[in-house]
Ligand binder design. Sequence first.
Ligand SMILES: *Cc1c(COP(=O)(O)O)cnc(C)c1O
Length: 376
Amino acid sequence: MNDLQKRSWAEISLPNIRHNYEAIRAVLPTGCRFLGVVKADAYGHGAVPVSRTLQEAGADYLAVSCLDEALELREGGITMPILILGHTPPEYTETLIDRQITQTVSALAKAREYSEAAGALGKTLKVHVKLDTGMSRLGYLCAGDYFDRGVQNVVKTVSLPHLEVEGVYTHFAVSDEPGEDCEAYTREQFRLFTGVIDAVRDRCGFVFPIRHCANTGAVLSYPEMALDMVRPGLLLYGYGDTEGRLDLRPCMRLVTTVSTIKFYEPGTSVSYGRRFVTQRRTRMGVLAIGYADGLPRLISNKCSFAAPGGFAPQRGSICMDMCMVDLTDLPETKVGSEVELFGPACDIYQLSDAAQTIPYELLCAVSKRVPRVYAE
Ligand SMILES: *Cc1c(COP(=O)(O)O)cnc(C)c1O
């Protein structure tokens, strides 16, 4: 990066992506496929570079949220299979087929529309069927009284003439949360998932080539649910394994620089709203990062960042482009010093707890103004 432009940036370690991929692979049953979730610009890490790393490392599949994200990967030279997890309007069926993108079908009516659109082109669309086993989001309803209807609709789907049904999947609501209730709920979702798959086979003889349900939480806590393919996102980026079983490494280091340093007398109010007032003579630094870069305003006055010599408490409301830190006890930190907001030196959970959110949201929130700098 041009030194003159040094403001804030996100260092992305592709070797750490590869390390995490291999660490997860090492605990999978042999023959189990690996789908890497790279939606939302690979959780802010850059979809094309991350996907290229996974492709070279030998991953089997990628997943994105929407057609635009899938096309970005194809344009970036990614040739491996890509699954769209969300909805794509049937008008785009030809694009899906031509770019060899796999579409999720989440209801019989949509499956029929895709099949008709593909048939009109004289082509076949590759799809994965999504079952709603308790997330109550996308998918064929099949819990409780809906079981028979769900099975029936899936049976109709797999016999549509212009769809190639390659896979079936479901998504867990609480596989990453501790406690007996969460475990029981996850096991019930899994029981329902395999129950529908078995009933479809019994009803019409159809066997899904790829069954998948294991997100980050399930890869960690329910290895028996790996089936034919696992589908982690967060783990790839180095988070989620709070017990440290997999030796994962964070892949993003969010860094800013000190723009200026000033001394204030006791009783000086700092930033918008005057929500911080100095108690002592204070050496205050201004950091070149704010909420427009993705630093949540909610953490104002609640966090510390890793600066040369130690942790610098953040003071006063976080502004759009800047925020302030107390450097009184950190004489080594000077104008131009680098300060890490999260990464290897500064735990992202400190920030996500203070912001009452999860690491996912902080990673995705790093805005496009923040250049990504790649370590190869
Ligand atoms: C986002 C997503 C994942 C990945 O979730 P993680 O918790 O990051 O592992 C897997 N499957 C679906 C359907 C998703 O939407």
